[in-house]
Design a protein around this ligand. Structure first.
Ligand SMILES: [Mn+2]
Length: 368
């Protein structure tokens, strides 16, 4: 190293020391050295940074790329020299006491214990609604089919793999049960708002159940279709359930429980499941009816769930030994429903039951 280099090095050392002592203040460092500020500035500008992590007590310094001080501001605390190694060490120390949770045990070891329950409650296929009259949304068979299919697709795509899925047609699959545009009981004179001719309604009603069964077969080893009559569709349901039987006659993965009896009981491990449409057997007697007519299943099970349709508004009630639920409907209100103020949120839902632990999940899908 030559004399000039020695001199430059010595100049920088004294400048650096003065800067450090004056908190990085260039003017103060110049005064300390008895030099012009421009001289100190020039020494800084011509020298690369020596220490990338300078100690600046009580101050924070921002350096330019060439090592010159860009700005200095006071800090509330002297952080001292902090190197990347110290940062790494600090993080490591902080994590020493952290114990990560044990990996979750896979909830789905196989699928032997899960049952999916997909209710199709009060779909009222063939109903027609005019939004100016109902303040709801326009509704007809085409709209219903499109929205129902989309909703069922979304639900089934979120279901776990199940050993079995029950497609539970809980009554009122269609709106009018005959060519006279009335509900099932001709004496009720209940003429309803209908979209299209009866065969069109029958076909749309059958198709949406077939679609649901096909979808359910994608996530379950076996599918049971349960067809229960309602007050709008008792005759139609007999035909629809027979169509389903014929369609799946040779399919060992599908069984059909037809609509001969308006009540359904079933058992899945500790679970008792039951359903009726709810126009005749009401919620207040559903639990007692389950215990009476399903006494053997009731005796073997611990988690009991009874479902009803008809009222279109999701309602859950826990009674002695059983949880009862009125299923929601994805159907829009017609003029009758809207005039009575029936406007519950339209939705599908699917439940998943475990043989050993009962109700495990409820998955919902709003139809907006
Ligand atoms: Mn009904």
């Amino acid at each position: 190293m030559g004399i000039r280099e020695d001199r430059l090095k010595a100049d920088w050392e004294e400048t650096k020391e003065a800067l450090e002592c004056s908190g990085g203040n260039m003017a103060a460092a110049a005064r300390k050295l008895g030099l012009a500020a421009s001289t100190v500035k020039s020494r800084i500008a011509s020298h690369p940074p020596i220490d990338p992590y300078p100690i600046v007590p009580g101050k924070s310094v921002n350096y330019k790329g060439n090592g010159a001080i860009n700005s200095v501001w006071a800090t509330g605390k002297n952080m001292g020299r902090v190197t990347p190694e110290q940062i790494i060490s600090g993080i490591t120390d902080a994590l020493l006491d952290y114990k990560p949770p044990a990996p979750l045990k896979t909830a789905l070891k196989g699928n032997v214990s899960l049952l999916g329950l997909l209710p199709l409650a009060d779909l009222h296929m063939g109903m027609r609604a005019w939004n100016r009259e109902t303040k709801g949304i326009d509704w007809d068979t085409t709209i219903a089919t499109k929205k129902y299919r989309r909703g069922i697709d979304s639900l089934v795509s979120r279901m776990p793999r199940c050993k079995k899925t029950v497609v539970l047609v809980a009554g009122d699959l269609c709106h009018a049960d005959n060519y006279h545009q009335s509900t099932t009981n001709p004496d009720s004179h209940h003429i309803v708002d209908v979209d299209g001719r009866y065969p069109k309604i029958f076909r749309a009603s059958t198709d949406i159940v077939l679609f649901s069964v096909d979808r359910a077969l994608e996530t379950a080893d076996e599918v049971e279709v349960v067809c229960l009559p309602g007050n709008h569709d008792a005759a139609t349901m007999a035909g629809v359930s027979y169509c389903l039987e014929m369609r799946h006659l040779n399919n060992k993965r599908v069984t059909v429980t037809n609509s001969d009896c308006p009540h359904w009981f079933s058992e899945w491990g500790i679970n008792m499941l039951a359903c009726t449409h709810g126009d005749k057997l009401k919620m207040k007697t559903m639990g007692a009816y389950m215990a009476d007519q399903g006494s053997e299943i009731w005796g073997r099970t611990k988690a009991r769930y009874g479902f009803l349709g008809h009222l279109h508004s999701k309602t859950v009630q826990s009674g002695p030994g059983v949880q009862l639920e009125i299923l929601p409907t994805p159907c829009a209100p017609d003029s009758y429903a809207s005039s009575h103020g029936f406007s519950a949120m339209r939705m599908f839902q699917v439940m998943v039951y475990d043989k050993k632990t009962g109700l495990r999940d409820t998955i919902t899908e709003l139809l907006l």
